[in-house]
Write a protein that binds this ligand. Structure first.
Ligand SMILES: [Cu+2]
Length: 141
């Protein structure tokens, strides 16, 4: 009986860790990094929403061309505003902050743990410091 309860609680914890909306802060500084999203990779399930909070002015979220699954439209939020996106199509979404992409302000959302568009993600022309950071992120997907 105890074993079953333990198993069930493990399953519930695993479930809540993967199936939930996520909140990411858009920051000017985090530790030694400048111009950065508070979480560079988040994993969500289909139907989950990611919220990006504008903690400091001048940031946004822009899906990178060729960096989203097929069928996903363009997305570019206004600067200095909280924004959100509900993820309905599985795959990897690469995005960056329009003014700071050259400074490495980049992030990934993985929906449904689906990496079917990984090759396309690798082929993106990342700019400036985003290049190195994207390579690290791709390795950790
Ligand atoms: Cu920015």
């Amino acid at each position: 009986m105890i074993k079953i309860i333990t198993l069930i609680s493990f399953l519930l914890i695993a479930q809540s860790a993967s199936a939930a909306n996520q909140t990411i802060e858009m920051l000017n500084k985090l530790g030694k990094e400048h111009m950065v999203y508070s979480k560079k990779i988040v994993k969500v399930n289909i139907g989950d929403t990611v919220f990006w909070k504008s903690k400091k002015p001048g940031h946004n979220v822009e899906f990178i061309k060729g960096g989203v699954p097929e069928g996903v439209g363009k997305f570019r939020s206004p600067l200095s505003k909280d924004t959100e996106y509900k993820f309905e199509i599985p795959g990897i979404y690469a995005y960056w902050c329009t003014p700071h992409k050259g400074m490495g302000m980049i992030g990934f959302v993985v929906v449904d743990n689906n990496k079917s568009n990984l090759e396309a993600i690798k082929k993106i022309k990342y700019q400036g410091k985003s290049k190195k950071i994207a390579a690290e992120l791709i390795n950790s997907l």
